[in-house]
Design a protein around this ligand. Structure first.
Ligand code: BGC
Length: 694
C-alpha cells in the first residue's frame, strides 16, 4: 500500500540518510514518567521516536502538572534540535474523551449509534491535540464475552459486528475528523483471556479467531487506522508479541495493514517471563521478526536491535520496513494538522447526547418511570452524591469538579428527601416520606479497567441492603445502576420496579440520567452485552452455537435444563432495552439483491410519545455440516417514530455479512439462512431464505 507519492519519496529519502542507531531510535518508545532531562536528551540524539503518556498499573500515574508544556517542548526538540528533525509521536490513552469525558466505550456501544461515537472520538481528539497529543491508544476493538474481565469497560461488548461498526467510526473520528492517529488494540483475542483474568492466555480455533475476534480489527484496518497494538496474551500458546503468523501473516499481509504495529507496555520484555524468549535479546529478536515495529517501554529494541541487525540475526530490510511504517504515519499526521476543538459547550452537548442514548431501561413496572411530574422522591445511595464515578475508568484528563452529581441535578428539578449515605435505616426513613424512591447503585470507577477483574460481578452488600430497605418503605423503587460493566442484577430485579442501566456516562451523566428519570428524554439504549443472572453462567452470549440436544441455553426454553440451580436464560439478553413508548414489527421479507439478500420489515410506534427504536437484524446460517451460532447480528438502525408512525427498515446483506469461516479459517457461504428483524436478540419475528435461486 504505502503512503502518497510525496510522502513515500520523503520516507525513502530519510531512510537513506539515517544511521542504524537512528533507525532503531524510531522504534523505541519511552514513557513520560521517566526523568524528563534523560527523555529530552533521547529525543535530541534520535534514540527515542515516540513517547507514551501513560496511566496504568505498570506505568503508574504521572503528575498532571505541566504535561502539555512538556509535550510541546519534546516535540520542539525533535523538530528543531535532532539531526534529522523527525517529529515525535506523543501517545496517550484518550479512550472516551479528554477534558470532556464521554460515556465509557461500553456505554457508547449501548447507544447503538456508531456515528455518535465517531463524533465523540473527533471531539476528544481535537481537545487532546490542543494539548500536544497526536496519537491515541484507542479504540479498543477486543470482543469480550466474559464480564469478569475488567477491560470489558474499554470495548464495545460481546458482538463482532457491533464492535466492528464502532471500531470503524472511532478510527474515522480520531483520524479523519479529529486529526490524531488512532490505534486499534489489542490484536488479537485479548478479550478471551481465560477466566476473565487479565493477561491470561487464550485458546481459540481458527474459526473463532476469524468470526469473533478479527472482524473489528479488519474494520479498523479498512478505515485506515494508523497503528495496531499487539496484545499481551498468547493465542494457542504463542504470545501475540512473538507471533509472526498473526502480526505479519494475518495483519500485515492478509489484511494489508501498512501502519505501525506497536507492542503493549513492556510486552517484549515480558516474553522472557512468559517463557517464550530465553533473554531480552531473544525477546527483541522474536518480536521484531514477528512484526512488532515499535517497542513500548521495554527497552529491548534500544538495547539489542542494532546488534541483532549488525550480526545478521535480523535483516536490515525488515528494519527499513518497520522504520518506514513509523515515518509514513508521522509524515501523514504532519500533512493534516488537527482542527481546533469546537468549544466546551459543543463538546458538552455531544457528551450529553451520548450519555442519554446509552442509558438502557431494563425494566419498568408499576408505572415507575418516568417519574410523575412534580412528585417528590426519596434519593438513596452514596453514589447519588458522587461525581467522579460518572467519569469511569481510563479518565486521564477529565475533572470530577466539572461533573455534576445525580443529587445536584435531581434537586434542581423537584423536592428530594435524601439519604445519600447508603445507611439502610436512613434509606428507609427517606423512602417512607415519598411515594417513589430512586436508589443509585454504583460500581467504583476503579473497579473496571486494566487488571480489574471481578469474580462476583455484584454490587456492594451495603448498597443492596439500602435498596431492600427503601423497597420495604415506599410504593415504587427505581434502581439507577452506574457501573463500568454489566453486573448480575438478580437481587436488584427482585426489589426494583424499574431499572436504568446507566454505566459510567461521562461528564454529562447526571444530567442525562435525570432527563430520563423525569421523562424529558425517552430511553433508547440497548444492551451491547448479555446480562447474566449469576457469574456461574459465564460465558453467556447470544451468538453461542446451538447445543446438540434441545437445551436452549440462551433463550432458556428447551426441554432439558442447562442448570439445575439457575434458569438457563440471561436476566436480560443482548440487544435488550425498553422505551417509554412501544413498537411493533410486521413480517420479515427476504429478496435477492445482487450477490446477497435484502431483508425488510415495517416497524410501528404503537405508543403515545415520539421515540427512537433500535431495529436489529439477525441471521442464523444453516447447513454446510457445521453447528452455527444461534443468531448473528448483521445490521441495525436507529429510527425515530412519532406516535402511530410506521416505516419500513431494510438491511442489505452482502457476501461479507453472510459468510463465516471454516475450521481452517477460509471464508465460505452457507446453504441456507434464517433471519429476524426486531427490537432485541430474542425476537421471533423471522423468515428463512436460501441464496441460490433468490
Ligand atoms: C495497556 C494498553 C495501554 C498502554 C499504555 C497498557 O498497560 O494494556 O491498553 O494503551 O498500557 O498506557
Amino acid at each position: 500500500m504505502g503512503g502518497s507519492g510525496e510522502i513515500e519519496r520523503r520516507v525513502q529519502a530519510l531512510l537513506a540518510r539515517m544511521t542504524l542507531e537512528e533507525k532503531v531510535g524510531q522504534l523505541n518508545q519511552q514513557p513520560l514518567t521517566q526523568d524528563i532531562s534523560a527523555l529530552e536528551e533521547g529525543v535530541r540524539s534520535g534514540s527515542v521516536g515516540s513517547v507514551v503518556l501513560a496511566y496504568t498499573p505498570f506505568a503508574g500515574r504521572e503528575g498532571r502538572r505541566d504535561q502539555a508544556a512538556q509535550r510541546e517542548r519534546l516535540q520542539r526538540i525533535a523538530l528543531e534540535e535532532s539531526r534529522l528533525g523527525i517529529p515525535l509521536l506523543l501517545g496517550r490513552d484518550v479512550l472516551h474523551g479528554h477534558r470532556t469525558v464521554f460515556p465509557i466505550p461500553l456505554a457508547q456501544a449501548a447507544a447503538w449509534d456508531p456515528a455518535l461515537a465517531g463524533r465523540a472520538a473527533a471531539l476528544a481528539a481535537a481537545e487532546a491535540a490542543q494539548e500536544h497529543v497526536n496519537w491515541t491508544f484507542a479504540p479498543m476493538a477486543d470482543v469480550c464475552r466474559d464480564l469478569r474481565w475488567g477491560r470489558v469497560v474499554e470495548g464495545y461488548g460481546e458482538d463482532p459486528y457491533l464492535s466492528g461498526r464502532y471500531a470503524q467510526s472511532a478510527v474515522e473520528g480520531f483520524q479523519k475528523h479529529g486529526g490524531i492517529s488512532a490505534c486499534a488494540k489489542h490484536f488479537l483475542g485479548y478479550g478471551g483471556s481465560e477466566g476473565g483474568r487479565d493477561y491470561s492466555g487464550v485458546d481459540a480455533s481458527q474459526r473463532q479467531l476469524r468470526e469473533v475476534y478479527l472482524p473489528p480489527f479488519a474494520q479498523a484496518v479498512a478505515a485506515g487506522v494508523d497503528s495496531v497494538m499487539a496484545a499481551f496474551n498468547d493465542v494457542n500458546g504463542v504470545p501475540v508479541t512473538a507471533s509472526r503468523a498473526l502480526l505479519t501473516g494475518l495483519l500485515k499481509e492478509e489484511l494489508g495493514f501498512d501502519g505501525i504495529v506497536v507492542s503493549d507496555w513492556n510486552a517484549i520484555g515480558q516474553l522472557v517471563g512468559q517463557g517464550a524468549a530465553e533473554d531480552r535479546r531473544d525477546a527483541a529478536r522474536l518480536a521484531f521478526l514477528a512484526g512488532v515495529d515499535v517497542d513500548m517501554c521495554s527497552g529491548c529494541y534500544g538495547e539489542h536491535l542494532a546488534g541483532l541487525v549488525r550480526e545478521g540475526a535480523c535483516p536490515e530490510a525488515r528494519l527499513d520496513d518497520a522504520v518506514g511504517r513509523v515515518l509514513r504515519v508521522k509524515l501523514r499526521r504532519r500533512e493534516a494538522p488537527p482542527a481546533p476543538p469546537p468549544g466546551r459547550a459543543a463538546a458538552a452537548a455531544a457528551a450529553l447526547e451520548a450519555a442519554q442514548k446509552g442509558i438502557v431501561l431494563l425494566k419498568n413496572e408499576n408505572g415507575a418511570l418516568p417519574l410523575a411530574a412534580g412528585e417528590p422522591v426519596a434519593l438513596v445511595g452514596a453514589a447519588a452524591r458522587q461525581r467522579r464515578i460518572h467519569l469511569g475508568s481510563w479518565t486521564l484528563d477529565g475533572r470530577a469538579r466539572e461533573t455534576a452529581s445525580i443529587a445536584q441535578e435531581l434537586a434542581a428539578r423537584r423536592t428530594v428527601y435524601a439519604s445519600c449515605c447508603g445507611d439502610p435505616d436512613r434509606a428507609r426513613r427517606a423512602a417512607a416520606q415519598a411515594g417513589t424512591a430512586v436508589v443509585v447503585l454504583g460500581e467504583h470507577w476503579d473497579h473496571t479497567g486494566e487488571a480489574r477483574g471481578s469474580a462476583g460481578l455484584t454490587l456492594p452488600r451495603r448498597q443492596l441492603d439500602a435498596l431492600r430497605a427503601a423497597a420495604g418503605a415506599c410504593g415504587r423503587v427505581v434502581a439507577v445502576v452506574c457501573a463500568g460493566r454489566a453486573l448480575c442484577l438478580e437481587e436488584v430485579e427482585r426489589y426494583a420496579d424499574a431499572i436504568l442501566c446507566c454505566w459510567h456516562g461521562g461528564s454529562q451523566a447526571a444530567r442525562a440520567i435525570v432527563s430520563v428519570l423525569c421523562g424529558d428524554v425517552c430511553p433508547s439504549g440497548r444492551l451491547p452485552v448479555t446480562l447474566p443472572r449469576r457469574p456461574g453462567q459465564i460465558p453467556l452470549y447470544y451468538s453461542q452455537r446451538t447445543a446438540a440436544r434441545s437445551i436452549d441455553s440462551y433463550y432458556g426454553t428447551g426441554d432439558i435444563a442447562s442448570y439445575l440451580d439457575c434458569p438457563a436464560a440471561p436476566l436480560y439478553p443482548f440487544g435488550w432495552g425498553l422505551s417509554y413508548t412501544a413498537f411493533s414489527y410486521g413480517p420479515v421479507s427476504a429478496r435477492r439483491e445482487g450477490d446477497g439478500v435484502c431483508l425488510a420489515a415495517r416497524v410501528r410506534n404503537t405508543g403515545e410519545r415520539a421515540a427512537e427504536e433500535v431495529c436489529q437484524c439477525y441471521i442464523q446460517p444453516r447447513g454446510g455440516g457445521r453447528a452455527h451460532p444461534a443468531r448473528l447480528l448483521r445490521g441495525f438502525r436507529r429510527v425515530r417514530l412519532e406516535p402511530g408512525e410506521e416505516r419500513e427498515v431494510r438491511f442489505v446483506l452482502g457476501e461479507r455479512e453472510l459468510s463465516g469461516a471454516d475450521e481452517t479459517g477460509r471464508a465460505r457461504l452457507w446453504p441456507g439462512y434464517a433471519a429476524w428483524i426486531g427490537g432485541n436478540s430474542r425476537t421471533d419475528n423471522g423468515t428463512v431464505f436460501r441464496l441460490e435461486g433468490g
